[in-house]
Design a protein around this ligand. Structure first.
Ligand code: NAP
Length: 535
């Protein structure tokens, strides 16, 4: 079973022991004590091993391998020897392949401390041979892995490198799949998260996590709380299906907490990860193709956000025939936000944004989609969100008017979907059954703004907000925008942007899992997330 290992930088004996106790509370199986800057007190290293709340790895990483130890090798060896002096031994000692190969003295000394197949004796300590590259995948990665595996004293092979793209993770998975000795293969940086979380799925010996955000020992290391809570560590196994949100950037996305909580609540064996992919189509294509093709990954699909919504359509269309199907309305909109990799390997791309907006408004009006025919819908904005909304409402026969600051954009959008275009100022005299704000006006931090304020500056407002009218703001931060508060005061039914978010995610969930999404769980997670963001 893959060990969840808390990485602890040792500053003092008591600090490190407290951190180890905390790691145990947070559910770690193992700790790695990084004694790089703790070189003055070898006896304290012995005591650290004896008193640690969890079994431990001892590592003293030199500066030339990305660590902080800048003393001589003699002192370093002495520190490692002290780690193994007491009755309780470290489970592993980690040493860099380069150091091991370079020094016969170090090889001889370390062979006295760790388990040696040629010299059976009483020690429980295994040798991890490791190699790190903080710039990218080293050209001689495979050679290094082989040399480590071929070293008789080496019990565990560990490689870590900075991931340049999501594809690096796949090589880490392959190394673990093909292991001849227990293996740790991790990618550092934002793109390497999958290798850390999915280490368990592929059967790595261990993965590292930090106790909190400040304490990480490598770039991209998640916290114990994130890996256990957000990324469902305890539920992961070799059959876990993998999903994610593809975008650039995706660090801010609320989809991982929402979908992972949904998998928990619905008992789905899945995990959902952020998937940062640079904007160009070639990156999108190469990443998605390779993730789909990766043996044992069970990549089931993704939410796709800016700037890849058009790329997704193109990608699935290029697959063509039985290999790829695009929802017709997504094709008309020119953007898809959902990829489903079906069990037979074929792909399906669709747009759950428009469906979410339609259903949120239909619920507000207490009607089915067919009941939208003939209703007057005022859409404010003519960007990406407006496009999906206009297409959806026009498709069901609503009489849509697009109001936008740049009139030409409103005209172009309206022409494509048989809607009407109007300058933003005309919103003040408008009469509609439904108003939908698809601009960022009123979004955090400009929470005192409202699209109707802008109109009021230009002319006297006579817009028809009142009972029977539905006002839907696609903004979800804040949940209750100025527009929604004004509309509610005027007696309108109001719908916050969180409803669109929840419903588009719910439609994805249903597509991927075949189960109804736990929408109340989605709403709670989203609310908590948004509250945290604002505090
Ligand atoms: P977009 O493509 O950049 O379009 C923005 C639109 O807003 C454009 O029509 C733009 O007018 C207009 N606009 C921007 N600033 C304005 C201002 N100060 N005054 C008047 N008009 C202004 O953005 P988008 O992707 O469509 O997103 C728009 C909104 O939808 C965002 O606030 C986002 O939060 C929301 N959204 C919500 C969800 C959800 O799930 N709830 C999903 C997607 C989007 P011009 O054409 O004149 O530039």
């Amino acid at each position: 079973m893959t060990k969840l290992t808390a990485a602890i930088t040792v500053h003092s004996l008591e600090q490190a022991l407290t951190a180890a106790a905390r790691a145990a509370e947070l559910g770690a199986d193992l700790v790695e004590f990084r004694i790089d800057t703790f070189a003055d007190d070898p006896k304290a290293v012995t005591e650290l091993v004896q008193r640690s709340a969890l079994p431990c790895i001892i590592t003293c990483r030199p500066t030339w391998e990305g660590g902080a130890y800048d003393g001589d090798e003699q002192t370093r060896i002495s520190l490692l020897e002290h780690a193994g002096i007491g009755p309780r031994k470290p489970v592993y000692i980690d040493l860099e392949l380069i150091a091991y190969q370079k020094s016969a003295n170090l090889r001889q000394k370390i062979s006295l401390v760790v388990d040696d197949p040629d010299r059976p004796r009483q020690t429980d300590t295994g040798l991890i041979l490791s190699s790190h590259d903080f710039d990218g995948r080293p050209n001689d990665l495979l050679r290094k892995v082989k040399e480590m595996a071929d070293t008789p004293l080496c019990r565990v092979v560990k490689v870590a490198w900075h991931a340049r793209s999501l594809r690096d993770n796949l090589e880490a998975f392959e190394l673990i799949r093909q292991q001849v000795k227990p293996m740790v293969a991790l990618c550092m940086g934002e793109c390497g998260l999958a290798s850390r979380v999915l280490a368990k799925k592929f059967g790595a010996l261990l993965t590292f996590a930090s106790i909190d955000e400040e304490e990480g020992t490598a770039p991209g290391q998640p916290t114990l709380g994130e890996i256990k809570g957000l990324y469902r560590w305890d539920a992961l196994d070799s059959d876990t299906r993998v999903f994610g949100v593809i975008g650039h950037p995706v660090g801010h996305s609320m989809s991982p907490p929402v979908h992972n909580a949904g998998f928990d609540a619905a008992g789905v064996n899945g995990v959902y990860l952020p998937m940062p992919v640079p904007p160009e189509y070639e990156h999108f294509k190469a990443t998605v193709s390779s993730w789909i093709a990766q043996p044992g990954l069970h990549f089931g699909g993704a939410s796709v956000t800016i700037p890849h919504k058009e790329n997704l359509l193109r990608f699935v269309k290029e697959r063509g025939g039985a290999g790829g199907e695009v929802e017709p309305l997504a094709e008309r909109i020119g953007a898809a936000n959902t990829l489903h990799v079906r069990d037979d390997g074929s792909l399906y791309a669709c747009n759950t944004d428009y469906a979410a907006a339609l259903d949120a408004v239909c619920d507000g009006l207490s009607i089915q989609r067919d009941g939208l025919a003939g209703r007057r819908v005022a859409v404010i904005g003519a960007g990406g969100a407006a496009r999906a909304v206009v297409a959806g409402f026009a498709h069901y026969g609503a009489r849509v008017t697009v109001y936008n600051r740049t009139t030409e954009k409103a005209q172009a959008l309206a022409e494509q979907f048989e809607a009407t275009a109007a300058p933003l100022a005309e919103l003040s005299g408008s009469e509609a059954d439904v108003y939908i704000n698809c601009t960022p006006i009123g979004m955090h931090p400009n929470v005192d703004a409202s699209p109707f304020d802008i109109i009021n500056h230009q002319s006297e407002s006579t817009h028809s907000l009142g009972p029977g009218v539905v006002v839907f703001d696609t903004i979800y931060n804040p949940v209750q925008t100025r527009l929604l508060r004004t509309a509610a005061e005027a007696g309108c039914a109001t719908i916050p942007g969180t409803e669109m978010f929840v419903r588009q995610a719910a439609a994805q969930f249903k597509l991927w899992t075949g189960k109804d999404a736990p929408c109340d769980v989605f709403r709670d997670v989203l609310a908590a997330h948004l509250t945290n963001k604002q505090s």
